[in-house]
Ligand binder design. Structure first.
Ligand code: UTP
Length: 287
């Protein structure tokens, strides 16, 4: 059973500057709640009970968001407004939240390495804190955990991307072994379209077996002089099988201003009360 999730949220977020200078990009809201709250909710709904947030020194706001705030709770209760923070109170009942600090921003792989002691010798879910998913009743976390229960290997969430975009992503190659499941035989970081083994991009959600830590130990800095998680998974693939699951939901990375705004509009579109207020504005802008 997978009971732990690791959520890296310690990056500099340079594409989100200046907004993310002192507020972590993971705390930027999509509609009514910070992006990272959706990520924790996704993991909790998939049966995870233990959350480890990897944060940086500037990211106290992430810890505070998930902590109790007795004064505020009392004030809201007095005004019959507890519903405003009900979603967080519900999460606090479902999961225990822990944090650890990545003091130097040396890459996603380096961030995951900070989870070693907490995770111990168990497989764990790993969800990037700046990416959320919509469009399917089955979340990526559920799909990946289900695949892990069947295959007992590291599992990578995948999203099909258009050919002209493969050079932006880590792309996998492999054999389809059942609908939506690939046995991976190669991982290529940002290939040119004509060299890509497929159009299946690594999509911000993983189940990792504990062997990944030893692979991360052996991973030297790669692209951008950072310790890349993809490079460590490549090392793991040399000794054990790894599977990929083509996710049913659509990915939204809020790590740059345009995609963050698009994500807000998409979520607004699916919330009738909000859409009713947004639609007239959009119509007037388009006319
Ligand atoms: P990104 O690749 O988006 O990098 O990280 P970034 O540094 O956050 O943002 P840019 O590229 O400068 O705009 C993907 C995920 O990995 C985390 C980020 O917080 C994000 O959730 N991350 C990245 C870390 O936790 N530590 C790192 O050293 C790098």
């Amino acid at each position: 059973m997978i009971k732990k999730v690791v959520i890296p949220a310690a990056g500099f977020g340079t594409r989100m500057l200046p907004a993310a200078k002192s507020i972590p990009k993971e705390m930027l809201p999509v509609l009514d709640r910070p992006t990272i709250q959706y990520v924790v909710e996704e993991a909790a709904d998939a049966g995870v009970t233990d959350v480890l947030l990897i944060v940086s020194r500037d990211k106290k706001a992430v810890e505070d968001h998930f902590d109790r705030h007795p004064e505020l709770e009392t004030r809201l209760a007095a005004g019959n407004k507890t519903s405003l923070i009900e979603s967080i109170l519900r999460l606090q009942e479902k999961v225990r939240i822990h944090t650890t600090r990545q003091s130097e921003q040396r890459g996603l792989g380096h961030a995951v390495l900070h989870a070693r002691q907490h995770v111990g010798n168990e497989p764990f879910l790993c969800c990037l804190g700046d990416t959320i998913f919509s469009g399917s009743p089955v979340s990526p976390a559920r799909e990946l955990i289900e695949a892990y229960n069947k295959y007992r290997t590291s599992i990578i969430g995948l999203e099909e991307v258009p050919a002209e975009k493969v050079e932006r992503y880590g792309i996998v190659g492999g054999d389809l072994i059942e609908p939506g499941v690939i046995r991976i035989n190669q991982l290529v970081e940002k290939p040119r379209a004509q060299e890509a083994p497929s159009r299946l991009a690594i999509a911000a959600r993983y189940v990792l077996t504990p062997g990944i830590f030893e692979c991360l130990d052996r991973t030297t800095p790669g692209k951008g002089n950072e310790i890349q998680l993809t490079d460590a998974i490549k090392l793991q693939l040399q000794s054990v099988p790894i599977h990929g699951v083509i996710l049913q939901s659509k990915r939204h990375d809020i790590g740059n201003p345009v995609d963050w705004l698009k994500t807000n509009l998409l979520y607004a579109r699916h919330d009738p009360a909000t859409w009713k207020q947004i639609e007239p504005l959009l119509r007037s802008l388009l006319s």
